[in-house]
Design a binder for this molecule. Structure first.
Ligand SMILES: [Zn+2]
Length: 148
């Protein structure tokens, strides 16, 4: 999964996207000081490396939802604005079965919420703002025609 995510130049990948029924996702939101993505921020807005989240649960959403343009490796030609709270607290198991809990902001908070949606069968086209749906209308129609 890690290789797939890197090849696709994505920052996150959920198990259902590769046909696995596990409640698990991986992410790597790289640090970029110019974009305000820092693993050392409080709460962190990036990670220093790849991270595995098994059986993840978001235990807190903080702040009013904000729009931000998202893409998805499962929907390569579609990008659209999705409203999400800017900060979350997530708890999950790591690859050793150890529980960890952390807060996240910025792109990291957004990525966690996006990947968790995949575990519940929710895609950005289900959540994007009406204006974005209109912009992607043709591509969404094509997808629905394919039964995806
Ligand atoms: Zn996605």
């Amino acid at each position: 999964m890690l290789e797939l995510m890197r090849e696709a130049e994505g920052i996150g990948l959920a198990a259902p996207q590769v046909g696995l029924g596990w409640r698990m996702f991986i992410l790597h939101v790289p640090e970029d000081a110019e974009d305000d993505r820092l693993a050392s921020a409080d709460p962190p807005t990036a990670t220093t490396g790849p991270r595995i989240y098994i059986d993840p649960v978001i235990t807190a959403f903080v702040g009013p939802p904000e729009p931000f343009e998202e893409g998805c490796l499962s929907l390569p030609e579609i990008r659209g604005e999705v409203l999400r709270p800017p900060q979350v607290t997530v708890t999950a198991l790591d690859e050793h079965g150890e529980r960890f809990t952390h807060s996240a902001g910025g792109l990291l908070a957004r990525c966690i919420q996006h990947e968790l949606d995949h575990l519940n069968g929710i895609l950005i086209i289900d959540k994007m703002l009406q204006t974005s749906r209109m912009k992607n209308k043709k591509k969404i129609k094509e997808l629905e025609a394919e039964g995806g």
